[in-house]
Design a protein around this ligand. Sequence first.
Ligand code: IMP
Ligand code: MG
Length: 333
Amino acid sequence: MSCTVVVCGFFGDTGKGKVISYLSLKDKITVTARAGVGPNAGHTVVYEGKEYKLRMLPSAFLYNKCRLLIGPGVLVNPEILLNEIQLTKSEDRVGVDGQCAVIEPRHVEADKKGELAKKIKTTGSGSGPCNAERALRTVKLTRDLPELERFLADVPAEVNRAIDEGKDVLIEGTQGTYLSLFHGTYPYCTSKDVTASAACSDVGVGPTKVNDVILVLKAYTTRVGAGPLQGELSWEEAEKRGWAEVATVTGRRRRAAPFNYELAKRAVMLNGATKAAITKIDILFPECKGVKAYEELSQKAKKFIANIEKEIKVPVTLIGTGPGTREIVDRRA
Ligand code: IMP
Ligand code: MG
């Protein structure tokens, strides 16, 4: 029975959606709460031949008994949220806190046309301008919107009750450590902190209630938008290695570089990680595609994992071997 926070240790797009959807099914998670910035996130979940690209709803939706909560720290775009609720047929289990800030069309417009779009290459989702207005205390909240009335919930109360009752609870972070407004590559970052502590604050859970922080890292590093990326490869080289990815929300090319041990180590520190998940190991080692047992990974892949563990000093308990939710090695006892 525990409260687990899932966050990314790089620049986002490391496969949190996949890891969370796996955990929700495997551990039969009955309560999950989405933290993070807002619909600038894109989480891809692939299950039973279907691909879901979620920007607002928790990735734990796959387990159909899971209550899907959105914490007050998260920005809500009502149109995107209502579409996703419809797409996932989750009307009866979604709860949105009444204190979430609302992204309005003018925020999206400002994000797309403003200086930040050019300089930082933001996602154009309206998140930055909306958070700016939130700081000015002029923004509208979800409790003011009749179209969301039936979904409104006291998310901190629900999450803490679930923890106190001994249920397994997941807190879903978004973006990545180095996109944090405080700990990231400022000014090339998002509009708030996105480390594990911030994720807890987003959903109203205090630090003494958390048992585990799972840091999700990809077998290589990617970043979309502007800002430093050590060891960046050319798009041609990334294509050659199979690391050429396209962003979920914006459709932009993701810049790619090798796994960065220094960033990973610091991310363990900044997030207080107790465990790590390494995704896309099958891209580095194609012979590992779809493998579900640790023993069946190739020697090279095992060595890569062992080396990461040695460097970051937390156990790698989950290893992604393909895009499907069940394509994973689970080394937890
Ligand atoms: P914003 O969050 O839309 O203001 O964008 C700021 C920077 O963060 C840009 O470089 C975006 O590409 C990046 N970013 C924001 N959210 C995500 C995400 O979920 N995954 C990857 N990059 C993101
Ligand atoms: Mg993403």
